[in-house]
Write a new protein. Structure first.
Length: 118
C-alpha cells in the first residue's frame, strides 16, 4: 500500500463567509468521506487560515528570512489535508471526489504520493 496526501486549497475569505448551515453541510461532506475511506485515513486536519502562516526561506548566503503569512501572494491557500493509505492513485481519486471542496468554485484538491525512503 502506498501513502498519498490530499491537500485542500481554497480562499480563506470564502471560508470565513460561510454560514453555520453551510458549515454543517460542509462537515457532513467530510463525514461522508471519512465513512467511505475508513481506516485508509491515517491523519487529516483543518489548518488555520493562510494569513496565520510563518514562512522561512534561506537566501544565497544561508541567512534565514522569516515572513508573516504565506510566502507566495495568492488568494488560494492551503486549508487542510488528509494522509491516506491506498492501493493506488485511482483509489485516492475515487475517495477525493467525495470531499465537499470540489463543490466550490474557490477551492480544489491536490493529490501527491508520499515518498517512502524505507
Amino acid at each position: 500500500m502506498a501513502k498519498y496526501m490530499i491537500l485542500i486549497y481554497g480562499d480563506a475569505e470564502q471560508w470565513d463567509a460561510m454560514t453555520d448551515e453551510q458549515w454543517r453541510a460542509h462537515d457532513a461532506g467530510h463525514a461522508a468521506f471519512h465513512a467511505e475511506a475508513g481506516s485508509r485515513v491515517l491523519d487529516g486536519r483543518q489548518l488555520e487560515s493562510a494569513p496565520t502562516a510563518t514562512s522561512l526561506r534561506a537566501d544565497a548566503l544561508g541567512k534565514i528570512h522569516i515572513t508573516d503569512g504565506p510566502f507566495l501572494e495568492t488568494k488560494e491557500g492551503l486549508g487542510g489535508y488528509y494522509l491516506l493509505e491506498a492501493a493506488d492513485l485511482d483509489e485516492v481519486m475515487r475517495l477525493a471526489r467525495l470531499l465537499p471542496e470540489l463543490n466550490y468554485m474557490h477551492s480544489g484538491l491536490e493529490i501527491r504520493p508520499v515518498v517512502d525512503r524505507g
